[in-house]
Ligand binder design. Structure first.
Ligand SMILES: *Cc1c(COP(=O)(O)O)cnc(C)c1O
Length: 359
């Protein structure tokens, strides 16, 4: 077996320890006589897996009592529709567009109502986060939407917007559990798990009780109502059982490591290695304004498309996989999610330094 360093933006690297546990339990979970994949979602064993995963996530994120945790299908993208369907009572919302993912979310929300883009960084190809401290909030807006970490463009919103009393909704797909968050500042937190938490196929939604209501948009399907899933503890229909089980193992791994405080320190150390190198390099350059840099997704370029392509091909051969930038922006991108070991970042930087010397 030879596992590579996988810098993919998602689906992405998982902790090796978690994969080994899953391997050991693949044929028989506990004394159940069967795999988690074969279990009824109504069984006691699976209920334990689901409710333990939720309890562990609550502990990790310090989720207040008045928030529900939902494990849903449809990935992050379905949330772009579920959010307006469930929250847009005035058929209006404010969107802060700082990159590809918030742009997609805003565009999906237009199906359901008026979308006001109240801040936008398209003028500099989403390489920075605008000042969000005093925005023109629309009086009838039902919520203010952000993508807190833009996976493609590599920016993070470090100071949350002043929503002037409006509900804050955040997509945290690519920074889930990478650092502590104050859940009480948000109305809804959501994300697909395949970046930092587990295998593709689950979206986690953390939503304040008062936002779970019956008076959703009239055509909202049963499956798209948060209330359906909240009332049934994520067991309304068959949930993605195996994927939730793996998320649960990742939560246990994180708790053992010291939780999100410890994870933040590790992630800061990893990101610093790469950014310090980029700042000193004559060949490679980061593309994001320093103050807005993401710890998770680090885009960089040489300035020459040919050299970028040569670097990506050489890195691939050296076992540093998936450093090619997103097809919409080009260049390179290294995703340094929770499960990326610091050795991986060191190996990448050594390889970059070697490439720089040779060019
Ligand atoms: C990957 C990603 C999504 C989309 O997730 P899917 O599960 O593929 O629908 C949404 N938002 C962000 C920030 C992402 O990184």
């Amino acid at each position: 077996m030879s596992r590579v360093f996988n810098f993919s933006a998602g689906p992405a690297v998982l902790p090796e320890e978690v994969l080994r546990t899953a391997q050991a339990e693949l044929l028989e979970y506990g004394t159940s006589g069967m795999s988690v994949m074969e279990m009824s979602h109504r069984s006691k064993d699976f209920e334990d897996i689901l409710f333990t995963a939720e309890a562990d996530l609550r502990k990790l994120m310090n989720i207040p009592e008045n928030y529900r945790v939902l494990f849903l299908q449809g990935g992050g993208y379905s949330q772009f529709a579920m959010i307006p369907m469930n929250l847009m009572r005035n058929r209006a919302a404010d969107y802060i567009v700082t990159g590809q993912w918030s742009k997609k979310a805003a565009s999906e929300a237009k199906i359901f109502g008026t979308v006001n883009v109240i801040a936008d960084s398209a003028d500099k190809n989403y390489s920075y986060v605008p000042d969000l401290s005093d925005l023109k909030i629309t009086p009838e807006a039902d919520y203010v939407y952000i993508c807190q970490n833009e996976t493609v463009h590599g920016t993070t919103i470090k100071a949350l917007p002043n929503t002037k009393g409006k509900t804050l909704v955040a997509d945290i797909s690519s920074m889930f559990l990478s650092e502590p968050l104050d859940v009480s500042k948000y109305g809804v937190i959501m994300g697909g798990v395949q970046k930092n938490v587990g295998p593709a196929g689950v979206a986690i939604v953390i939503i304040r009780d008062d936002l779970i209501r019956d008076d959703v948009l009239p055509f909202t399907p049963t499956m798209m109502k948060y209330k359906t899933h909240a009332d049934n503890k994520s067991l309304f229909n068959t949930p993605p059982c195996w994927n939730i089980y793996i998320c649960g193992l990742v939560f246990k791994w994180l708790i053992k490591l010291g939780g999100t405080e410890a994870m933040r320190e590790i992630n800061e150390a990893k990101a610093k290695i790469l950014y310090d190198y980029l700042d000193g390099s004559k060949l490679f350059h980061g593309t994001v304004e320093k103050k807005d840099r993401s710890m998770m997704n680090v885009p960089f370029i040489t300035g020459s498309k040919e050299l970028d392509a040569e670097f990506c091909a050489a890195a691939e051969k050296a076992g540093l996989r998936n450093v090619k930038g997103h097809r919409s922006v080009g260049g390179m991108r290294a995703s340094l999610y929770n499960a990326m070991p610091i050795e991986g970042v060191k190996a990448l930087v050594e390889f970059m330094a070697e490439f720089e010397r040779a060019h």
